[in-house]
Write a protein that binds this ligand. Structure first.
Ligand SMILES: C[S@@+](CC[C@H](N)C(=O)[O-])C[C@H]1O[C@@H](n2cnc3c(N)ncnc32)[C@H](O)[C@@H]1O
Length: 212
């Protein structure tokens, strides 16, 4: 990754640290009522791992559900420089801040922004509209309890060899358990939880009979 893009990501991380310190002084009710003000992101270890996965899988069609301020979007957009791919990133909220942040990264590494399409849309509805086996990497970082209602689309859209990554599986195990149980029933998926950041569950669409 370009050093200048890493510097942009480091700015996000510094902002997140300041905001975590501020959040620590608030009650859960206060945090809940101001949640949109805070940068909630995957963090550098998960960002770096998602970048590695995208490059290793030679992912050309990426979908991210949960853009927020675009931190993970910048990591994925950078990986696409190696694969000549395209990222659709979805959020039910407005993506102005994410687009500004990506533009900031694009200013230091031209080309990043044109690899990304922002859509203000529900992730489940978007996945339902995609064709079978059309996605190389799907990253779910949205409203976790909704994922089971999106079934079977998060798996149906995966190409053979594709990666499905779900964040927050260690920070919010109860919320993701129903979705992980659905994945566990799929013989075509090999799965593992990686203890980076808030916990990343990885499912690889390797084909029937693979160990999971
Ligand atoms: C934790 S933030 C994403 C952080 C981002 N991936 C990062 O690391 O920078 C979760 C985002 O998911 C969005 N979201 C929640 N439910 C959604 C849904 N059903 N479809 C699309 N986006 C959703 C929220 O609006 C919020 O911005």
């Amino acid at each position: 990754m370009d050093k200048a893009v890493l510097d942009v990501l480091t700015e996000y991380e510094a902002r997140a640290e300041r905001e975590f310190a501020e959040m620590a002084k608030l009650t859960w009710e206060q945090i809940g009522s101001r949640i949109d003000e805070f940068l909630i992101f995957v963090g550098p270890e998960t960002g770096r791992l998602m970048h590695m996965l995208a490059v290793a899988a030679e992912a050309r069609v990426l979908v991210e559900v949960g853009a927020s301020y675009g931190y993970s979007t910048v990591w994925l957009a950078d990986a696409l420089g190696d694969t000549d791919g395209h990222l659709v990133t979805l959020d039910t909220g407005a993506s102005d801040a994410a687009q500004q942040n990506l533009a900031h990264a694009d200013a230091v590494q031209p080309g990043l922004a044109r690899r990304v399409e922002f859509r203000q849309e529900d992730g489940g509805a978007y996945l339902a509209g995609l064709g079978d086996a059309t996605v190389d990497l799907l990253f779910l970082d949205a409203e976790r309890v909704q994922y089971p209602s999106w079934w079977p689309h998060p798996v149906r859209v995966l190409r053979r060899g594709a990666v499905l990554a779900i964040d927050n599986v260690l920070s919010h195990p109860d919320e993701v358990a129903p979705f992980l149980a659905l994945l566990a029933r799929e013989p075509s998926l090999a799965r593992s939880t990686v203890a980076v950041g808030k916990g990343l569950h990885l499912a690889w669409a390797g084909g029937a009979g693979r160990p999971s």
